[in-house]
Design a protein around this ligand. Structure first.
Ligand SMILES: Nc1ncnc2c1ncn2[C@@H]1O[C@H](COP(=O)(O)OP(=O)(O)O)[C@@H](O)[C@H]1O
Ligand SMILES: [Mg+2]
Length: 634
């Protein structure tokens, strides 16, 4: 939980953020034709609306300067009939109206193009990035997930992707339209009347200043909102995932307090934004009114003195009003672009994460469909978890050879490094020093998928997907037929339980395996591993949640299926370990004893001590099942 702050990481430099944004844009390259159509649409949209004031001017001219109404008007004027003189002007106005209508229809088509195309470009980018992120996530090494809280990863997958989608979609669209509108309006104003334009530009600086001040004040608040909602997300997610622990340890008050703190900060930041918005809006509106007054005053005076046409003034006023929205939207757009930049940087930081290297050593084995023999060797292996404090070795100078078909039990106190041994066999991590070898070849020479196909795992905490029981068992072998699934379930001593479920093998398991006990989940995981029928089976304390009777049954089933299979049984209980061909006793990352049950008992060392403790506990309590469970409690 305390990792949340750290994982937010150092904010990327402006340059890196822009580079990331351009990389996001490059994803859209495939859709260049959509972008081209969107651009064409934007141009149609902006240029047609820029024509409207000219039409206005034309109409006003016709009404105020009948002599300019064209040849028809002149001809009518010669006849001296007022209505006849008006009618050509009316005809011209009708033509202007028709033209305006055509323009409006044309513009509507343009707007359709720009929105449809640019939005789809943004959504394509979002979609592509989302699937890349997800695929990337599944290729990242364990060490990555040790470093990052789930909430942080989730917010990259959702919020940041949305920011980039917007930033490559409608934000681009509005920005381009605003730029074209501003440039077009200012050019038109200059062409219409230079002096009036200069007057307008004198009023512009305060507006620009207000916009800038607003942007500068609001952007940090938006960033605050981002950060806070990220943390809020993490707190909520951790509490939902860990709801049992939260409730069992009555941690709710502290967690509520933490949530409240973040929620309050989020509230304050949002309120700050609202306050700034409520100030900036009216201030800019006021400036807009002032600007219109200046134009009307100065321009009106000139129209009155005859040095400016009314039509020009009206067209000019229209163009000046076109500047309002681009200015008004600058802060908002800058913020959205800022978010898109930050989002892109966070997304590409994740996409650039180093993947677990696969078979990077020179003699990489090419994919084979052959089963391995199953000889495992740890050669002088030392290992420290990447996020540990470095000095803390989980394994130190660890040497162990497990022969094909051998059943080796690893026993030892909590934290002695047993799970670490399993993690290294799975190549969830690579050793800091030394080598782990399968059939005499360094694990790093094996294609990762190939390696993992050869080894079946049952972990301490087994995750069940919210799928049916059958699909959970078939996870590694989707093609298995019902009879095989049933056989695996029977071997794992879970078949009877499944038969009792409302929909049997089709019963859907909750996200955390809700509805099944820890032991039941463990046996489903065991069935999953057995169905895979791997040459090597690694069971990490996977019978710990079973009662002694069920454990015996599982062990017997394993004995039947274990022939020719290398099995590594990690255990806390002597009862689980004692039947193995060889028992390895670990303490603080090293092997302290090794031998068969009988040998180790005769030796009278750690194992014998452990055995005596656990057996006397059994005898003392009289209840065998309960005793072995207590002994197994970590
Ligand atoms: N993901 C991890 N990150 C950092 N340290 C870890 C991690 N997993 C285990 N450790 C540490 O490595 C040591 C060995 O742990 P582990 O192999 O899980 O022991 P065991 O399975 O025997 O209980 C312990 O000191 C533990 O705190
Ligand atoms: Mg463990």
């Amino acid at each position: 939980m305390q990792q949340a702050g750290r994982a937010q990481g150092v904010p990327p430099s402006r340059r890196d953020a822009w580079r990331a944004y351009l990389r996001a844009m490059a994803i859209a390259k495939r859709h260049w034709w959509r972008m081209a159509l969107a651009f064409a649409g934007m141009m149609i949209d902006s240029l047609t609306i820029l024509l409207v004031p000219l039409l206005l001017r034309w109409a006003v001219d016709i009404l105020t300067k009948p002599e300019a109404a064209g040849a028809a008007g002149d001809a009518a004027g010669l006849l001296g009939f007022a209505p006849a003189r008006l009618s050509p002007a009316g005809g011209q106005l009708a033509r202007i109206a028709l033209f305006s209508l055509a323009l409006a229809v044309f513009r509507a088509a343009g707007i359709y193009l720009e929105i449809a195309m640019q939005e789809s470009v943004g959504n394509w980018v979002g979609r592509d990035i989302r699937s890349r992120l997800f695929q990337k996530l599944l290729r990242l090494p364990f060490e990555f997930f040790d470093r990052r809280p789930t909430g942080d990863i989730m917010s990259r997958l959702t919020k940041d992707v949305d920011a980039v989608r917007d930033g490559t979609g409608f934000v681009v669209l509005i920005t381009v339209v605003n730029l074209v509108m501003t440039a077009g309006s200012v050019t038109a104003m200059l062409l219409l009347d230079t002096t009036l334009t200069l007057v307008v530009l004198l009023v512009a600086p305060p507006v620009v200043l207000i916009t800038l001040a607003y942007t500068r004040a609001v952007n940090p608040l938006y960033q605050e909102v981002e950060a806070r909602s990220g943390t809020l997300h993490t707190v909520a997610q951790e509490n939902i995932s860990g709801i049992r622990v939260v409730k069992a340890f009555t941690r709710a008050p502290q967690e509520i307090e933490k949530f409240e703190r973040e929620n309050q900060a989020l509230f304050t930041a949002n309120l700050g934004i609202a306050r700034l918005n409520s100030l900036a809006g009216p201030a800019l509106d006021l400036m807009g009114v002032l600007l219109s007054l200046v134009i009307l005053g100065f321009g009106g005076y000139r129209v009155a003195t005859g040095s400016l046409d009314l039509g020009v003034l009206m067209a000019f006023t229209s163009y000046a009003s076109f500047l309002y929205w681009p200015l008004r939207q600058t802060g908002w757009l800058a913020d959205l672009i800022g978010k898109a930049l930050a989002g892109a940087a966070r997304i590409f930081e994740l996409l650039d994460e180093r993947e677990q290297p696969m078979g990077e050593l020179p003699r990489a084995v090419t994919s084979t469909s052959q089963r391995v023999r199953g000889r495992l060797e740890f050669r002088d292996v030392s290992f420290a978890y990447p996020d540990g404090d470095g000095a803390e070795y989980a394994l130190r100078g660890f040497n162990l050879v497990i022969h094909p078909g051998e059943r080796v039990a690893i026993i030892g106190a909590t934290g002695s490094g047993k799970t670490t041994v399993a993690n290294l066999i799975a190549r969830f991590y690579d050793p800091s020093a030394g080598q782990v070898l399968l059939d005499g070849r360094d694990l790093r020479e094996w294609p990762l998928e190939e390696l993992r196909r050869q080894v079946g795992f049952v972990f301490q905490d087994n995750f069940l997907f919210s799928l049916s029981v059958r699909d959970n068992i078939c996870l590694g072998r989707p093609d298995a037929d019902p009879a095989q699934v049933r056989e695996a379930a029977e071997a794992a001593q879970i078949a009877a339980t499944i038969d009792r479920l409302p929909h049997g093998y089709d019963a859907v398991v909750g996200e955390r395996g809700i509805g099944l006990s820890g032991g039941e989940r463990q046996r489903i995981a065991l069935a999953r591993a057995l169905l895979l029928d791997p040459p090597i089976l690694v069971l990490d304390d996977s019978t710990a949640s079973l009662d002694a009777h069920t454990e015996n049954a599982v062990q017997a089933a394993l004995d039947r299926r274990a022939a020719g299979r290398t099995v590594v049984i990690i255990a806390q209980r002597v009862a689980t370990a004692m039947r193995a061909d060889r028992i390895v006793v670990m303490d603080k990352g090293v092997i302290v004893e090794e031998g068969t049950h009988a040998e180790l008992l005769a030796r009278g060392g750690v194992y014998a001590q452990l055995y005596r403790e656990q057996m006397s506990l059994r005898a003392g309590q009289g209840d065998q099942e309960e005793a072995s469970r207590v002994a197994g409690v970590r």
